[in-house]
Design a protein around this ligand. Structure first.
Ligand code: PMP
Length: 368
């Protein structure tokens, strides 16, 4: 691959070069089919193999127990904000608990309130969403329909530490969009996790959900077919035409994770090493760079920080972009800078950014 930039976008985000190369090589003929995955029937045996391998890879990587189902859907994680309460809150007699950890959790609450009673069990607004609670200590009522958490807040750059999941209580439902497959998970502590694929798992247009089978029994009758998890579970996500190419890209990404990287423990180690390269620059900058996140809850995926002024932030982003580091501007709702360094961002890219941050700070010091 030539002329690649370092792409720090929060999503869609950079993909492993290996994945792009295989997709390119198979673009005119997938596996002897004489056609690309873009063109083939989702009922073909070729596509059956693709969706089958995608599921197997996910099950292997996350050690998904046999009584969990893997669903491939569309509508983004945003549609899950609605489908979760439609399927598990509607018509019930109890409330659902929500941890309001940041911008994405807030959006999930808006949709859940349309379906039933929502109990906000923790709200980080007062801290500007810079910190997170100990979920195990929140005292969530056991009869709640479920407890919804967001494992990584993409905009604020805060992430629950490993092992934060309670081992008892109502079903834990997690929006894992921006840290899915970045580290191992104790899957059996979750009722369900869901994630848009376009950050760590593939390309846009695909949402993955992994849910415990017995939850399907709680779904009220009368939902529209495409909004009912049972439709996807019963037909192995082939009730209608799925986002076939995105499932193919996810299959390639998960194959890369299993066989090139060697699994999620190794991926986690690499991700922590990359994140530390940037957090140490922030910590050693005497306040020139100010991290947004409480150090105990720093995200390994989205690193967020401020500079002494908005002018400097703009200069930083512009100058970085001029030398091939793109998308470092923070989300418009919070400002500052953000570097998204998902699984596929090579450590070389992070080293280049680290050196740029150090140089930028030195230039500022010597010119003022
Ligand atoms: N949740 C989180 C944590 C996200 O980061 C995003 C996307 N940035 C979403 C939900 C919404 O995802 P989508 O755009 O796939 O609907």
């Amino acid at each position: 691959m030539t002329e690649r930039v370092w792409n720090f976008s929060a999503g869609p985000a950079t993909l492993p070069s290996r994945v792009l190369e295989v997709a390119r090589d198979e673009m005119s003929s997938f596996n002897g089919a004489g056609m690309s995955v873009l063109e083939m029937s989702h009922r073909s045996t070729w596509f059956e193999d693709i969706i089958g391998e995608a599921e197997t890879n996910l099950r292997e990587l996350l050690a998904v127990p046999a009584d969990y189902r893997v669903l491939f859907m569309q509508g983004g994680a945003s549609l899950q904000f609605s489908m979760v309460p439609m399927n598990f809150l509607r018509g019930g007699s109890t409330a659902a608990g929500y941890v309001v950890s940041g911008s994405w959790a807030k959006k999930a609450v808006v949709e859940a309130k349309r379906e039933g009673e929502v109990r906000v069990v923790w709200d980080g607004a007062d801290s500007g969403f810079s910190t997170l609670p100990a979920v195990r200590e929140l005292g969530v009522e056991a009869d709640s329909a479920y407890l919804h958490v967001t494992s990584n807040e993409t905009i604020q750059g805060i992430e629950f530490p490993p092992g934060f999941e309670p081992d008892a209580g109502p079903p834990l439902i997690c929006d894992a969009s921006s840290d899915f497959l970045s580290r191992p998970l104790p899957m059996s502590r979750y009722g369900m996790i869901y994630a848009g694929a376009q950050k760590n798992a593939g390309s846009a247009g695909l949402t993955v959900a992994i849910l415990r089978e017995d939850l399907l029994e709680r779904i009220p009758d009368g939902l529209h077919s495409m909004l009912d998890y049972r439709t996807f579970a019963d037909d192995r996500s082939l009730y209608n035409t799925p986002p076939a190419f995105s499932i193919y890209v996810l299959m390639l990404v998960t194959r890369w994770l299993r066989f090139d990287v060697g699994g999620l423990e190794e991926m986690q180690a690499r991700n922590l090493e990359k994140a530390a390269l940037l957090y140490t620059v922030i910590d050693e900058s005497d306040g020139f760079y100010r991290g947004h996140a409480d150090p105990a809850f720093r995200s390994a995926m989205n690193i967020t920080w401020r500079l002494p002024s908005e002018d400097l932030e703009k200069r930083f982003v512009d100058e970085a972009s001029a030398v091939g580091m793109l998308e470092l501007k923070g989300h418009r709702s919070v400002g500052g800078c953000r570097a998204s360094i998902y699984n596929a961002m090579p450590i070389e890219g992070v080293r280049v950014l680290r050196a740029f941050m150090q140089d930028f700070m030195q230039d500022f010091a010597s010119n003022s």
